[in-house]
Write a protein that binds this ligand. Structure first.
Ligand SMILES: O=P(O)(O)OC[C@H](O)CO
Length: 220
């Protein structure tokens, strides 16, 4: 059975929260309003603004690719980064999905299904935080890439055959979003079980005395 916390996603921790990977994550959060303004300006009717919105979105998503990679390669992984990275992704993709539905380019049920999963997984992470951090899984990362691709195709001002293509990409993204969401529920429950077992074992060791063996009258 898979470990609830992916060992590959939990390299040695760095103590310094102020570092390049976390700055890239925060930058991704900062461009969210810029992207929203570009997408929603003129009710999505201005093609130039839609191209700009797509470019800003693509650049922000690229930082998602690099912040985690730089953090792992340079030993700058922090607990803050592991929590903030998925939250920044969700702020960006959530804003994009809501914007596309406001513009009537994407059905609301798609946006709501994805938002419920994303908010739910974020709450799940906080629910288990005293047992450990559930870092992004491979499936979760693939889901983010597929969502980003689908959103990028929707923000571009093209129709026709292109419209059919982007719909199928979005449908695949929705399926992966739901499946990985269920996988995180499984991981969270497994993490809580493992942590509770470890706590019980530690308590048993403590009550067994300093030598780890059964207590004797002399040791008591
Ligand atoms: O599926 P999540 O919630 O782990 O999010 C994955 C992240 O967006 C990957 O950067």
């Amino acid at each position: 059975m898979n470990s609830p916390v992916d060992p590959a996603a939990t390299p040695p921790q760095s103590a310094r929260v102020v570092n390049l990977p976390n700055a890239l994550t925060l930058l991704r959060l900062a461009v969210v309003p810029v992207f929203a303004a570009l997408l929603l300006a003129d009710g999505g009717m201005d093609d130039d603004r839609r191209y700009w919105a797509t470019l800003v979105f693509a650049l922000a998503i690229i930082t998602d690719r690099y912040d985690g990679m730089i953090a792992r390669r340079t030993g700058q992984v922090t607990e803050f980064g592991k929590l903030a990275d998925p939250i920044a992704d969700k702020a960006l993709t959530g804003t994009a999905l809501i914007g596309l539905s406001v513009l009537a380019l994407l059905p609301w049920w798609v946006t709501l299904t994805i938002l419920v999963r994303e908010v739910g997984v974020t709450l799940l992470r906080f629910w288990v935080i005293r047992h450990g951090v559930i870092a992004a899984s491979r499936g979760g990362k693939a889901k983010t890439v597929l969502q980003a691709l689908a959103i990028g195709l929707y923000t571009l001002p093209f129709d026709g055959l292109f419209g059919t293509l982007r719909w199928w990409v979005m449908a695949a993204a929705v399926v992966l979003t739901v499946v990985t969401g269920l996988d995180y529920v499984h991981r969270a429950l497994a993490l809580r079980r493992t942590s509770a077992r470890a706590m019980r074992a530690a308590a048993a060791r403590r009550s067994a005395g300093p030598a780890g063996g059964p207590r004797t009258d002399a040791a008591a």
